[in-house]
Design a protein. Structure first.
Length: 390
């Protein structure tokens, strides 16, 4: 069977593996190195020598980066130590003082903080745009617009962007596009196939899958953009630890199984939550009545296990009764792992182009690999406490 005929499941098992390079070892070994030795002065002076220093590249980082580039369908990838450092690398590589950038208003909170606190301090004008703007983004593009940054579905409330419509306007004005594709894990959507120039992910989430690593990467669609990312990552001193890359590659092998399981459970839980007293709304684009459902169904091949629930307005004590009594949803600031989590969301300070005006507590739920009936029972008891305290 030729490589082009291989299915997605087969690719996930084999990406980044080359046992023939490591005496038949089935998984790429962890490479713990800083120093690279040279056999001669000629080799040291030769810029084409494959490895020059452990931070700038080694056999293990090559394996991981090749796997991520293939996963996203890009030319090349650069690995970083965290998802946020991947975001910072992408934004700083393609901006300079005097540029204007368009950032989706529903972006990951730390991305927003970096844009307003650091990019702006270095002379980049940051403008946030409504995630539902679609082709009307043309009205915001200026002569000095350097890039448009997308994240779809959006953080916390999962608005689905009309990526093709935005790409069409960006191409007309020759504006670079960057997309955070962590929600899809590179499985549910491939932005590069839809014209996006730069894609990034926090491999911390579904790729790692076990809540025990910090890792990020950036993938470029073209050789030109990859070379700029590569050189900038070297200048910034970015790299990743060998254990984290080892665990990420191991997590990659089972990522699809975990996402599918979590998505099935999340849909069951989301549908159950919709019918419960005390719940205003459930944010999950898979639901047929979700405002982003049509775009999600058109563009995505599936869903993950992250959703949000908006409770009815109630005293703080009622919200605490809901959250603090949960047994299977501990409070945690992440998602994509094997275990369920809950994280309160405070969006009024993080939304400007599309201000958050809802009253009531917004709680993001990461649905893990537990039995969904047990998770529902836990949430049912929480809602009973909530209503009793309200």
């Amino acid at each position: 069977m030729g490589k082009k005929e291989r299915g997605e499941d087969t690719e996930l098992v084999h990406l980044g593996r080359s046992p023939e390079d490591f005496h038949g070892v089935v998984n790429p070994p962890a490479v713990r190195t800083s120093t690279i030795l040279y056999p001669s002065l000629e080799a040291f002076e030769n810029p084409s020598h494959k490895y020059r220093y452990g931070r700038t590249g080694n056999p293990q980082s090559d394996s991981f980066e090749q796997a991520m580039a293939k996963l996203e369908g890009g030319y090349g990838a650069r690995v970083t130590g965290t998802g946020l450092s991947a975001i910072v690398l992408a934004l700083t590589t393609f901006t300079k003082a005097g540029d204007h950038v368009l950032i989706v208003d529903t972006v990951y909170g730390p991305t927003r903080d970096f844009c307003t606190r650091t990019l702006a301090r270095f002379g980049v004008e940051v403008e946030f745009y409504n995630p539902l703007i679609a082709g009307e983004i043309r009205e915001l593009i200026r002569d000095n617009t350097a890039l448009i940054y997308l994240e779809s579905p959006g953080s916390a409330t999962f608005e689905v962007q009309d990526v093709p419509a935005i790409m069409e306007e960006a191409r007309k004005k020759n504006v670079l596009t960057i997309m955070d594709n962590t929600w899809s894990g590179g499985l549910l959507y491939r932005p590069i196939e839809h014209g996006v120039d730069i894609v990034l992910q926090a491999a911390t989430k579904y790729i790692g899958g076990h809540s025990d690593i910090n890792l990020g990467f950036v993938v470029a669609a073209s050789k030109e953009h990859y070379e700029r990312l590569r050189l900038e990552s070297i200048v910034q001193g970015l790299c990743a630890g060998p254990e984290d890359m080892t665990l990420a590659l191991r997590g990659l092998r089972t990522m699809k199984l975990r996402i599918v399981h979590s998505a099935e459970s999340a849909l069951k839980i989301a549908q159950w939550l919709q019918g419960q007293a005390g719940v205003q709304r459930v944010y999950y684009p898979v639901l047929p009545d979700d405002p982003g459902h049509a775009l999600w169904k058109r563009d995505f091949s599936g869903a993950n296990g992250v959703l949000s629930v908006l409770l009815n307005p109630a005293p703080k004590a009622a919200v605490r009764a809901f959250v603090d009594g949960l047994e299977l949803f501990p409070i945690g600031s992440s998602w994509g792992g094997y275990e369920s989590l809950l994280q309160p969301q405070y969006l009024k300070k993080y939304r400007t182009a599309r201000p958050w005006k809802e009253d009531g507590a917004l709680l993001r739920l990461q649905i893990g690999l537990e039995d969904p009936d047990d998770l529902i029972a836990d949430l049912k008891a929480a809602l009973e406490r909530f209503r009793g305290a309200a």
